[in-house]
Design a protein around this ligand. Structure first.
Ligand code: TEU
Ligand code: CA
Length: 549
């Protein structure tokens, strides 16, 4: 299999707004990130991914870009950015940016001109369409709930936005759009950036005529833009004209795909995406739509992860993630914060990061930060959360209590509370008032305590990243599920040449008999309990065995 630095490296996602505030305005910034680079290096991080840092009105916290070549003032200046890149590279690390090219902000100068001048050339950069007898141009709905069209009085027509009305979709049929964004990508690559996380990259190509979609509970119309007609062609073109000219990599955020598509994007004969985020595993505790929650069963998670591992094994390339700025905290979601907090956090890290693929960990995951402990709706800041609350109350007539329960479990703000550095005011994130409240468990759960505690989740993550560097079988080995039918044993084998690594875990709250496994010549290289019993696996016990001869 082709080797590559971006297959061997560990990626750490930073949500700059909530990472570290250096000037005490309550908002994280680039200088704050520079302060923490040694911490990330010590953890064993190779690549950092920054959520968007460009000029934005912040309707969607930066995923609504109004100037692609300017740094958001809250985060600092272009000088600060250049210093950050230099400091990252001086430490032998790399940095990738989050690039949002499916849509711009409605505050972008191109869109503002398109709104006001019916003859502007920028109208074809977006999707403006007349309604029919006060009906919308089609029946598509938004990822954030509600319709995907907003009326523009000045030109008496509607514009398309698959996310918020402040995020008008770009028309990727338009050659000038392609040229502009190739230039934007080159601008940042010439600044020394080592690659991009490409936001909702597989919905860029919309079916001609924007036809009505099959009516659905969520995302009516998705069949007309998910993996759209020219999607692969657009990606191949971006590689030919931009990415192939630099030592860089791309990770695509590809929504609603399956393994077949994943293989096409990452394993085709023409370079499209070097790796991708699929979200099938992040919907195992939901039905159809993230706001309709069902009981989590480890077996469902294992089935999906095994499927991606077996399908892409040495053909495409996976990412390994449970958390990001859109997902709840995994220890709250799939672990057991009540009785087996550390053990379950470590089990989750073990089952994921010994698989084949590039590991992506999200800020705070290394210290098992938990979901937000907000009580009131106004403590949440996320546009999606407030949209869904309104929709749930007004359209589905759900009670306030029922909506707050859904939001508590699934809101993206669960991942956006300030990073918990220590037990000082605001968890050491800021001496000002944070833009969003710190979780009140910060005196217990913080970096400082984790570093002090040799048995902490932090040190466990550090060990995993060190093992990945030491044993190539972890990065490049073949993947084979073990005990596939078991409801609670999550186990698999990785093999490379005559090295074999076996992960075995009891993903349940009950003690279980140790399964029949020939482990002669294997040694334990990682465990999440102090003592090992050869007849039993304790609740949430995980072990990693290695045979190297
Ligand atoms: O997310 C796209 C996306 O599908 C998620 O928004 C998901 O639908 C939703 O959050 C439920 O989990 C990307 C970014 O990661 C997200 O932060 C942005 O809001 C969105 O695109 C629009 O740019
Ligand atoms: Ca700040």
């Amino acid at each position: 299999m082709k080797k590559a630095w971006y297959k061997e490296g560990v990626v750490y996602q930073i949500y700059p707004r909530s990472f570290k505030d250096s000037n005490n305005d309550g908002i994280g910034d680039l200088k704050g990130i520079i302060e923490k680079l040694d911490y990330l290096k010590e953890l064993g991080i190779d690549i950092i991914w920054l959520s968007p840092i460009y000029e934005s009105p912040l309707d969607d916290n930066g995923y609504d870009v109004s100037d692609y070549r300017a740094i958001l003032k809250d985060f600092g200046t272009m000088e600060d950015f250049k210093k950050l890149v230099k400091e990252v590279h001086n430490r032998g690390m790399r940095i990738i940016l989050d690039m949002v090219i499916n849509h711009t902000s409605s505050e972008h100068k191109f869109f503002k001109e398109a709104l006001s001048d019916v003859n502007s050339k920028y109208r074809d950069w977006y999707f403006f369409k007349k309604g029919k007898k006060n009906k919308l141009p089609n029946n598509w709905t938004s990822f954030f709930g509600g319709k995907a069209w907003t009326y523009n009085k000045q030109t008496d027509d509607y514009y398309l936005h698959l996310f918020a009305p402040s995020q008008p979709d770009l028309n990727w049929e338009n050659e000038e759009v392609k040229k502009e964004f190739k230039d934007v990508l080159k601008f940042w690559l010439d600044e020394g950036v080592d690659g991009f996380r490409l936001d909702v990259i597989n919905i860029l190509s919309k079916r001609e005529g924007l036809p009505n979609g099959k009516k659905r509970l969520a995302l009516t119309g998705k069949e007309h833009y998910v993996n759209g007609p020219k999607m692969h062609q657009i990606l191949q073109e971006l590689n030919e004209d931009v990415f192939n000219k630099y030592d860089c990599f791309t990770v695509g955020e590809t929504v609603l795909i399956d393994t077949k598509e994943a293989l096409k994007y990452t394993g085709g004969d023409k370079r499209e995406l070097d790796m991708l985020f699929s979200f099938e595993h992040t919907s195992v505790d939901t039905i159809n739509n993230k706001w309709f929650i069902r009981k989590f069963r480890p077996y469902h998670l294992k089935k999906v992860l095994d499927k991606y591992q077996e399908t892409l094994n040495n053909k495409g390339w996976n990412t390994l993630f449970f958390e990001n700025h859109d997902q709840p905290r995994v220890v709250s979601r799939w672990g057991d914060t009540k009785d087996y907090y550390k053990e379950s956090a470590k089990l989750l890290a073990t089952i994921l990061f010994f698989q084949q693929g590039t590991p992506f960990i999200y800020q705070g995951q290394e210290i098992a930060m938990t979901n937000a402990d907000f009580k009131e709706l106004d403590e949440y800041k996320d546009v999606e959360t407030h949209n869904i609350y309104k929709l749930g109350r007004e359209v589905f007539h759900f009670t306030h209590k029922r909506m707050m329960k859904k939001i508590k479990y699934m809101s993206r703000d669960n991942a956006r509370t300030p990073m918990q550095w220590d037990d000082s005011k605001n968890a050491g994130f800021s001496k000002g008032t944070p833009w969003i409240r710190v979780n009140s468990n910060y005196k217990k759960i913080n970096v400082k305590n984790n570093i002090k505690d040799k048995d902490s989740v932090y040190h466990y993550y550090k060990k995993i990243f060190a093992l990945r560097k030491k044993y190539p079988v972890i990065v490049y080995g073949d993947y084979k599920p073990l005990f596939k039918k078991s409801r609670y044993l999550y186990a698999y084998e990785r093999t490379l040449d005559n090295n074999s690594l076996i992960v075995i875990s009891n993903f349940s709250k009950k003690q279980r008999k140790f399964p029949k496994l020939n482990l002669d010549d294997y040694k334990v290289i990682l465990q999440n309990y102090k003592t090992l019993d050869n007849n039993y696996l304790k609740p949430y016990e995980a072990r990693v065995y290695l045979k190297t001869k």
